[in-house]
Design a protein around this ligand. Structure first.
Ligand SMILES: [Zn+2]
Length: 346
């Protein structure tokens, strides 16, 4: 009798899940699932709005409604253990869906009762524990809420620079976009870059294409979070393509926070951006609150496996990693992807 190890063929979802990927647009607080939110709220005697079922809390009509729940999560994360737990659980779920590397945001201003150095140390502890247990590498991007304005942004940056460590790789800009254009944050971004930090900003999610232009030219970002309204400006599309600008797109959240609510439509901006040959990456944004994961974000657009593999490799190119490590991983990922293709069921 012959005992040979048979290799199981992969269905498309298993193929997607196994693809080595980088997650580049994820908010730590938005990664919290409803169970953890209920647990932390109870721990800190924080009242959650009454609903028949806790998960009913996660129904949002727009970005504003979402941000109210996001704020609840922030207020429920108060001590060192909370930050370690949330960071660890987030990275565990990323690893479970094929992420090998994660750059994630967090919102320092939104947490009460814990100061920045303590918060950051707890996040780093969670990152180290996840690295040891799941072999996942990660970096953190403190993000400033644009709603707080530019002077507060300078104080934010001072705090970030006063607590520099290898894990803090750059800064971001988020929260309600449309009433808060990027221009006032020019100086904050200039100083961040001068100090050696990478820069990105949420732009063109529900704000106009002009905000994407400002994030590129005034703030100097080589990478844009979302960017969807770029589709309203063909010249800007051509410019971004020529300059190799990266976009961290998040399919599921567009269904809640933008005017485009049909992912199957050719008019959906992510499809238009892909068709225009822009450098797109796929990400989760707020996987806990929107009940998604990285595999699902790759699956929802229903793209052919070859394109999904290219998007997975794109995510590595867009990552803020040094070139030597990138090259090493590129070779490794390409070999892995070839093996996955050989197992993909017809
Ligand atoms: Zn985001």
């Amino acid at each position: 009798m012959e005992f040979s190890k048979s290799v199981q063929p992969l269905d498309k979802l298993s193929f997607i899940r196994a693809l080595p990927k980088a997650e580049l647009h994820l908010h730590l607080e938005g990664s919290v699932g409803i169970e953890t939110l209920v647990e932390l709220a109870a721990k800190h005697s924080l009242e959650l709005p009454l609903h028949d079922k806790p998960e009913d809390l996660l129904r949002f009509a727009d970005l504003g409604e979402f941000l109210q729940v996001y704020d609840l999560v922030c207020r429920s994360m108060q001590d060192v253990d909370d930050f370690i737990q949330v960071t660890y659980e987030m990275l565990q779920r990323c690893a479970d869906h094929g992420a090998r590397y994660v750059e994630f945001f967090f919102s320092p201003h939104a947490h009460t009762g814990i100061d920045y150095p303590l918060m950051l140390q707890a996040i780093r502890d969670g990152m180290q524990a996840a690295h040891a247990d799941f072999d996942i590498t990660s970096r953190v991007i403190p993000a400033h809420s644009r709603e707080l304005g530019a002077p507060a942004g300078m104080a934010f940056l001072e705090q970030v620079l006063a607590n520099r460590c290898d894990e803090v790789i750059g800064i971001g800009l988020d929260y309600q976009e449309r009433p808060y254009p990027p221009d006032p944050f020019q100086e904050m971004y200039r100083l961040a870059r001068k100090a050696g930090l990478q820069t990105t900003a949420h732009a063109g999610e529900d704000g106009p294409a002009a905000y994407v232009r400002s994030a590129l030219d005034t703030l100097g970002c080589p990478r844009i979070d979302h960017g969807y309204h770029i589709v309203d400006d063909p010249r800007l599309i051509a410019d971004c393509r020529a300059r190799g600008i990266w976009f961290t797109c998040c399919p599921t959240t567009t269904l809640y926070t933008t005017q485009w609510r049909d992912l199957s439509s050719a008019a959906h901006p992510i499809r238009q951006m892909l068709a225009a040959g822009l450098n797109v990456t796929l990400n989760t944004d707020d996987p806990g609150l929107f009940r998604t994961n990285l595999s699902q974000e790759y699956a929802v657009l229903d793209l052919p496996p070859e394109q999904l593999a290219r998007l997975a490799l794109n995510s590595l190119e867009a990552a803020w990693l040094d070139e030597a490590l990138k090259k090493h991983w590129r070779d490794e990922w390409q070999q892995e992807i070839s093996r996955l293709f050989s197992r993909l069921a017809a």
